[in-house]
Design a protein around this ligand. Structure first.
Ligand code: BGP
Length: 475
């Protein structure tokens, strides 16, 4: 057998992309609610000219999403039917602390997640909880400017303390921040940073990321204090960088690009800022607001395991004459002529997953978990209303084979896989519904029309068999 017998197979979602019910049971507004579909989405997620109020002529898909808030029982039953061992989901921070800085949590929000976890447990599904999957309560953005302000650490820790205490015995696996490096690429979407006129954006991003790293380290310590059984991971938007050619300049360029993504999880895994990052800060004239005790905290709060999302590899060239970019998870990359791409331009590279697993394992020697991987496609029901998504099966089969190779041939320690979006949900980058990832189809379109009815795609039965055979039968 390639995969360990207790390998955690499952799927991953994020609160704002599936729950909806954005104002129900005391939930507050968050950055993720304020990202409209259409041409204003991109600058908003980048933190430029962000409107902190809803605008009448815009459609905000997170408001209702796929209404999982009311349908979680039906959805978890479908996950259980596929044999899920794990379900990765996130907490909407503003359900628990509607403004973000209250002393006391909102009981209705806590009860909702307790119900969800109990529902998972009913089927023997292990919940894996992302504490923050991009969201930040609007109150914290307006009052403190979000993660630029050090006080965010204590608000975040309030949330963590509440969750670790309330769900002790129900939840054991936690991720402190989803795709933590995304803060550097999409600061408003990933961390609620709306830039002000004339401010030094690089400084803001590095300060905010410093605060998140301190918060993450403190959360790891707290989780262990509350329950030594807790296992805490970091989470990175992953994918190796390839040099465009074997010209050493391209090789160097690829390494430099890669570091921009690694420096944050380097801190979470190693417990200190790597020397290349310190040099980079020095060159840029950026200072970190270090206070007494911070560096010890980073050392004491390293993670137990490393999780990451993998959709694509990236390519870098030192030669400005090499142009031709293609879409990628939020930010573009040079197109790799050896690879095909999805309808959204994300290049499909299963071998890149094996390479990335190896890179991460060699870098940190910690257990690995693939927290996201999948294919966004515009599924069209056939004349019988069925979705024959063989393209999705092919994509997932090739990626699972690659991770099998990483385990079997390279000896990588991998303990779980949650594909992204087991049920169709709102796309983070575009806000579309038609960019579908699921095994389960949801009847809803980009404008929010549809019955919200769920039905199984062809890939549903395929994944069920993969789980049943612990990844042995991928046919
Ligand atoms: C990751 C996010 C997810 C998810 C996924 C797919 O960056 O963690 O929230 O959405 O990408 O991206 P998209 O929805 O843009 O297709």
């Amino acid at each position: 057998m390639s995969f360990r017998p207790d390998f955690l197979w499952g799927g991953a979602t994020a609160a704002n992309q599936c729950e909806g019910a954005y104002q129900e049971d005391g939930r507050g507004i968050a950055n993720v609610d304020l990202m409209p579909v259409g041409e204003d989405r991109l600058h908003t997620l980048l933190g430029e000219h962000v409107s902190l109020e809803f605008q009448e002529d815009h459609f905000y898909p997170a408001m209702n999403a796929i209404d999982m808030y009311h349908r979680y029982q039906e959805d978890i039953a479908l996950f259980a039917e596929m044999g899920f061992k794990v379900y990765r989901l996130s907490i909407a921070w503003s359900r628990i602390f509607p403004e973000g800085d209250e002393d006391q949590p909102n009981e209705a929000g806590l009860q909702f997640y307790e119900n969800v976890f109990r529902e998972c447990r009913k089927y023997g599904i292990e919940p894996l909880v992302t504490i923050v999957h991009f969201d930040c309560p609007l109150g914290l953005i307006k009052k403190y400017g979000s993660w630029r302000d050090r006080r965010m650490i204590s608000f975040y820790l309030n949330l963590c303390r509440t969750l670790f205490t309330r769900y002790k015995g129900l939840v054991k696996y936690w991720l402190t921040f989803n795709e933590i490096n995304m803060l550097m690429h999409a600061p408003f979407m990933a961390a609620g940073i709306a830039f002000e006129e004339g401010e030094n954006r690089e400084q803001v991003k590095y300060t905010a990321s410093y605060h998140e790293l301190l918060a993450s380290a403190a959360a790891v310590k707290l989780a262990k204090e509350i329950n030594p059984e807790n296992q805490i991971g970091c989470m990175m938007a992953g994918g190796d960088y390839y040099p465009y050619t074997c010209n050493p300049n391209d090789v160097l360029k690829a390494k430099l690009e890669e570091r921009k993504n690694y420096f944050m999880i380097d801190v979470q895994c190693l417990g200190y800022y790597p020397s290349y990052a310190l040099k980079e800060l020095e060159r840029k004239g950026i200072t970190l607001p270090v206070q007494e005790g911070d560096l010890d905290l980073l050392k004491e709060g390293t993670v137990d395991f490393v999780s990451f999302s993998y959709y694509l590899s990236r390519t870098a060239s030192a030669d400005p004459a090499v142009t031709g970019t293609t879409g990628g998870n939020v930010y573009d990359t040079l197109a790799n002529p050896y690879l095909k791409a999805s309808e959204w331009g994300w290049q499909i590279d299963p071998l890149g997953l094996r390479l990335t697993l190896n890179t991460l394992y060699e870098r940190y020697h910690k257990p690995l978990f693939i927290a996201e991987n999948g294919l966004g496609a515009n599924d069209i029901p056939d004349e019988n209303g069925e979705i024959n998504d063989d393209y999705r099966i092919d994509y997932l089969r090739d990626h699972i084979q690659a991770m099998k190779d990483a385990v079997e041939l390279d000896g990588v320690n991998l303990f779980g896989y949650t594909m992204w979006g087991p049920i169709d949900l709102v796309s983070a980058s575009t806000g579309e519904m038609k960019k579908r990832y699921g095994f389960i189809y949801v009847d809803r379109d980009n404008a929010g029309n549809g019955t919200l009815k769920r039905f199984r795609k062809k890939s549903f039965g395929w994944y069920k068999k993969v789980i049943e055979t612990n990844g042995e039968d991928l046919a």
